[in-house]
Ligand binder design. Structure first.
Ligand code: FES
Length: 573
């Protein structure tokens, strides 16, 4: 049953015959619009995270105009609303601190203004979950417009991937194998177009997840940012959201336990970023669906990783698009998906992928010849991580997946920076590097410090991977035997806080175990003498964040933003 114009949410602002409605109409006309432009039409917000410092979104001014074109074509009235441009590159101490800020801003931007439907423009890591968390809570008809990956990097004929090749060649530079001049040439070639990181990092993972959840148009997440098809997709988003308003199709009509299972399955098949676990838990929480870390592990164990993309594989997102993109990958794993899950296209995901084909089976492998026989993420438990920790086994040297070694402990990142290359550091190839105070509260903001650098002395000996353990996150473009998201975090007195130099730590990925080999009495003594660190913030957003952020296994959302009673529509007086 289609809505009528007087049932539009914006009708409350524009449709009355009172003083307030006069103000709303006259101020819209102040911009040169006439009543014909907006009267009785769905008002479509284009929530744009463009900024001069959000370099992944540098094409968003053009894309916003292309969305507007679609909205006008379909009989809507487009309005562009700038939102917190959370970017991965510049925001300190960690952009993760601001994901919930963007979510709150998105929700309240929509609630407080005469909006009927929304196109959400994001892509750089935290923008996808931030925008979607807000949109799910507000629950107006919404389409997600993913920024699209940038083009392949290039350095003297060598293909460069965002992040992954930075870490790789930085290690070579520290080992003395790359000159300053070569390093500078790479700087010119690694990010050479608009778009988000083009490895299967957090950005590509989260946009693929948004598509699998059903919140983008079919195929949208794989289109390179500068491809003309991306501009056409933007216009289609504008057209489609107007239809969704008339049909009253909202995010929580699309999302279900099945769509989240599909998203986790896709995450494993693409070898997605470990960050996706935190964001998916938070997204599901906003939809009133509880995800347990064990669900990720179960799905990981039955899902082969078939996307041959860096950091776990060879290729980049541009290759993935030419190979058929996410639709083709989902077609390959369709037997593992619930094909009846709904999408914003108005069709099921099964219908959306019906005609998809793989054009390059080296990039998108078959189930018979996967990159890895099980998914990209394992969830670990043990006395060092009672509430869980994660590792990406496909990105680690296999010899380290079962390993016992003595701990070398860094109290925080400053301590790590100061001592990691110290010649006197008692570190060996079999040592386990431990970083404390890098979690949601300790970092603060759970920075992406989890890929601790290999000490220079060991690099020179040819060592390129070691077991590393922290309560931090890791960039989705990173790699190595890095145990992440240890919970509870050390800053709040989790067991990671009590690890001392020389303690033996046992990692067994096959058994999903992470154990500190220190007896219970000694742990009790260490716990009794532990002193919490002072708070990072006494005022402002930092203090709000610290008072309400949850631990990693709960998605690091704010406790007061998790699903609860509906917030009432604002009164209009
Ligand atoms: Fe924006 Fe990597 S810096 S996605």
């Amino acid at each position: 049953m289609k809505k009528s114009p007087d049932q539009l949410r914006s009708h409350r602002w524009f449709g009355g015959n009172d003083l307030r409605s006069f103000g709303h109409r006259s101020r819209t006309k102040q911009m040169g619009y006439s009543a014909r432009d907006f009267e009785g039409k769905p008002v479509i917000a284009i929530v744009n995270t463009w900024s001069d410092l959000t370099t992944c979104h540098s094409h968003f001014r053009d894309r916003a105009e292309e969305v507007k074109r679609g909205v006008w074509q379909a009989g809507g009235f487009p309005v562009e609303l700038p939102a917190m441009p959370v970017n991965e590159t510049y925001m300190k101490p960690s952009p993760m601190m601001y994901r919930n800020f963007l979510a709150m801003e998105t929700e309240e931007l929509l609630r407080s203004q005469p909006i009927d439907g929304v196109v959400l423009m994001g892509g750089c890591d935290k923008t996808t979950p931030g925008l979607l968390m807000g949109a799910i809570s507000m629950n107006l008809p919404s389409v997600y417009l993913p920024a699209g990956p940038m083009l392949r990097g290039n350095w003297n004929g060598t293909v460069l991937g965002s992040g992954s090749d930075v870490w790789k060649f930085w290690a070579e530079k520290r080992a003395g194998n790359i000159s300053d001049c070569e390093w500078s040439e790479m700087e010119d070639g690694i990010a050479r177009s608009p778009g988000h990181c083009m490895t299967m990092g957090t950005a590509s993972t989260m946009t693929a997840i948004a598509e699998t959840l059903g919140l983008t148009l079919p195929g949208a997440s794989s289109i390179p940012a500068v491809d003309a098809n991306h501009a056409r997709m933007a216009t289609s988003c504008g057209r489609r959201v107007v239809e969704m308003v008339w049909d009253d199709m909202k995010p929580r009509d699309v999302l279900s336990a099945a769509s989240f299972r599909n998203a986790i399955t896709a995450d494993m098949a693409i070898g997605g970023s470990t960050n996706a676990i935190i964001h998916l838990v938070a997204l599901a929480g906003r939809a009133g669906i509880r995800l347990d870390l064990r669900q990720f592990d179960e799905i990981s164990q039955r899902t082969p990783m078939i996307a041959n993309l860096r950091p776990s594989g060879e290729y980049l997102m541009e290759d993935f698009y030419y190979a058929g993109g996410l639709r083709a990958l989902l077609k390959q794993i369709s037997g593992l998906l619930d094909l009846n899950a709904l999408t914003v296209s108005g069709r099921t995901i099964g219908r959306n992928i019906e005609t998809a084909r793989v054009f390059n089976d080296s990039v998108i492998r078959s189930l018979e010849h996967p990159v890895a026989s099980s998914g990209g993420t394992a969830v670990l438990y043990g006395n060092l991580a009672p509430n869980g920790a994660v590792i990406k086994p496909t990105a680690a040297e296999p010899r380290l997946l079962k390993h016992t070694g003595p701990a070398v402990v860094f109290k925080d990142y400053a301590d790590l920076e100061a001592r990691i290359d110290d010649e006197a550091l008692p570190v060996q190839e079999d040592s386990v590097l431990v970083l404390q105070n890098a979690g949601p509260l300790g970092g603060p903001g759970m920075p992406e410090w989890g890929m601790l650098p290999i000490p220079r002395r060991l690099l020179a000996q040819g060592v390129r991977d070691m077991v590393r353990i922290s309560d931090a996150r890791m960039s989705g473009t990173s790699y190595g035997a890095c145990v992440l998201h240890v919970s509870p975090e050390s800053y709040v007195g989790g067991p990671l806080a009590f690890v001392h130099d020389g303690d033996l730590i046992e990692l067994d990925v096959a058994e999903r175990r992470l154990e500190l080999r220190v007896d219970g009495n000694e742990m009790g003594r260490r716990r009794a003498s532990w002193q919490p660190r002072p708070a990072h913030y006494e005022r402002g957003f930092g203090a709000l964040y610290a008072a309400h952020v949850t631990q990693a296994e709960r998605g690091c959302d704010f406790d007061f933003l998790e699903a609860g009673a509906e917030t009432a529509e604002p009164e209009i007086y």
